[in-house]
Ligand binder design. Structure first.
Ligand code: PLP
Length: 369
């Protein structure tokens, strides 16, 4: 599904040099590379503050902790996402409320989102799934109308863009009040382990977030709030800073592979290709097709037989996960999420896809009957 090693080999001297420099100074925690990377990422994204942390799940948790929420407050999330988005809500004693997504772009469905709002709703977490922005203009308008905070889960879509109706263009994660991302190795900007970041234009919130991520202290050993130990270590920051310089190139390589799929598979009838919204620049963290008529599992087995790996993101709606059974009434169901869990299939996509690999995958897909 991915080829992280070939990506590394291309920039090996730079990565190795950056790692060695950290080892030479042995400043493994809060070394100078952490602040440098945060500043460089902030400027790349066009946001005021980036606060790095230990992983994308922590980023979401810290963002919620910074909002002064009370137990029982409701946070709306899409039901078709990775569990982390809802997990942190539950961990903090808040209530995850699940809304449906669109079958086209897999992102929050506006009608379902609006229908999920109650007087207890305090925030929305739109997830920019598979590399493409949620429809942020109506989401922000709805949030403003109901006085809700918006935390963007940008774990899968660093570098994606969204264009507003006035043609203003913004990177995902910088549109809501807080953006969260993950540097998990397979993400658009991946490190060599776990890592994450939180971004915001709100300076006051940034101070609080930075404090929460570091045991609730601004000054060492003086703890103002209960926080957590969530830091991006210096080695990860140093190599991420190198990789950030290649991010535009890596995103272009992902789009090139996606373009190949679109061109080669345009006549395919056995499955539907992913939707690219006109007001969104897709980064193709995943290339996910949908297969109608209960044929998805057969297609997956066929591809496996032919040596083509695929993944099902995600096989089960959040509300059907045992962990979240306490948050929904029995029989709760969202039609589009149900349909997608039965029909989605993600094909291999990464920055190092070779033409002959793409040719083999697409030819094999077209042979499926
Ligand atoms: C949508 C989404 N949110 C949050 C996360 C959590 O990120 P991490 O694995 O860095 O904790 C992920 C990771 O896969 C994700 O895909």
């Amino acid at each position: 599904m991915v080829d992280l090693f070939s990506q590394y080999v291309k920039i090996k001297p730079l990565i190795d040099g950056a790692i060695q420099e950290v080892i030479d100074t042995s400043s493994f925690i809060k070394g100078k590379q952490v602040a440098t990377f945060e500043a460089n990422l902030a400027s790349w994204l066009g946001t005021k503050q980036v606060i790095s942390c230990a992983n994308g799940t922590d980023a979401l948790q810290i963002a919620l902790m910074a909002l002064d929420l009370k137990p029982g407050d409701e946070i709306i999330v899409p039901a078709f996402t990775y569990a982390a988005t809802a997990e942190v809500i539950a961990l903090l004693g808040l209530i995850p409320v699940m809304a449906d997504v669109n079958t086209t772009d897999f992102n929050l469905n506006m009608d379902s989102l609006e229908g999920a709002i109650t007087p207890r709703t305090k925030a929305i977490i739109p997830v920019h799934l598979f590399g493409q922005s949620s429809d942020m203009e109506p989401i922000m308008a709805l949030a403003e109308k109901h006085n809700l905070s918006v935390i963007e889960d940008n774990a899968q879509s660093l570098g994606a863009e969204y264009t507003f109706s006035d043609k203003k263009n913004k990177k995902t994660g910088t549109i809501g009040h807080i953006g969260c991302t993950s540097f998990f190795p397979t993400k658009n900007l991946g490190c060599f382990g776990d890592g994450g970041a939180i971004y915001t234009d709100n300076e006051e919130l940034a101070v609080k977030i930075r404090m929460i991520a570091n045991h609730g202290q601004k000054v060492k050993y003086f703890h103002q709030v209960v926080g957590c130990n969530s830091r991006l270590d210096t080695i990860q920051a140093a190599l991420l800073d190198v990789k950030l310089k290649y991010l535009a190139e890596h995103l272009a390589a992902r789009r090139e592979a996606a373009d190949y799929y679109f061109r080669a598979l345009k006549e395919a009838t056995a499955f539907r290709l992913p939707t690219q919204n006109e007001n969104a620049l897709h980064t193709f963290n995943q290339f996910t097709v949908t297969v109608e008529g209960n044929e998805r599992n057969r297609l997956q087995s066929w591809l496996k037989e032919k040596g083509v790996p695929t993944m099902i993101y995600y096989p089960l709606p959040l509300y059907k996960q045992e962990a979240f059974s306490g948050y929904v009434q029995s029989g709760f169901s969202l039609p589009n999420t149900e349909q997608l869990c039965q029909s989605v299939l993600s094909l291999p996509i990464h920055t190092e896809m070779k033409q002959d690999t793409l040719a083999y995958i697409t030819e094999t897909l077209l042979e499926f009957r």
